[in-house]
Design a binder for this molecule. Structure first.
Ligand SMILES: [Zn+2]
Length: 119
């Protein structure tokens, strides 16, 4: 963990719109909140598979995404943005983010339910 081989990582976005009406990757970055921060190609593939499955209402036994998985890992590894999803939505994307353009490293997400501390 914590090993960065490349200068990018991925942010996972789920947009409640069909692919042809979805925002561009660039718009997404500035307008949507990432639902997931993905640091390795494996995490990217895992997240895409489970999010797609949830959207389809299928179990892991029903859809394995074996062919897609290899593609996703390959794309994620080369720092590309991956967009997938269902015909009528949602659009699911793992957007490649250069470390320099990302605020998640400098301002870690506050855990849900975390208490605010006064100083
Ligand atoms: Zn980030």
């Amino acid at each position: 963990m914590g090993q960065h081989t490349s200068g990018t990582h991925h942010h996972g976005y789920v947009e409640d719109a069909p692919l042809n009406q979805a925002m561009s990757a660039h718009e997404r970055l500035s307008r949507l909140d990432a639902v997931e921060i993905l640091h390795t190609p494996d995490e990217v593939a895992q997240w895409l598979a489970s999010t797609l499955r949830a959207a389809m209402g299928k179990s892991e036994d029903e859809v394995a995404f074996e062919d897609e998985w290899d593609q996703w890992v390959k794309y994620a590894h080369s720092g590309e943005t991956i967009t997938t999803g269902l015909l009528r939505g949602p659009t699911i994307s793992a957007v490649s983010v250069p470390e320099a353009d990302c605020r998640c490293a400098s301002t870690p997400l506050v855990p849900v339910g975390g208490k605010k501390r006064s100083r």
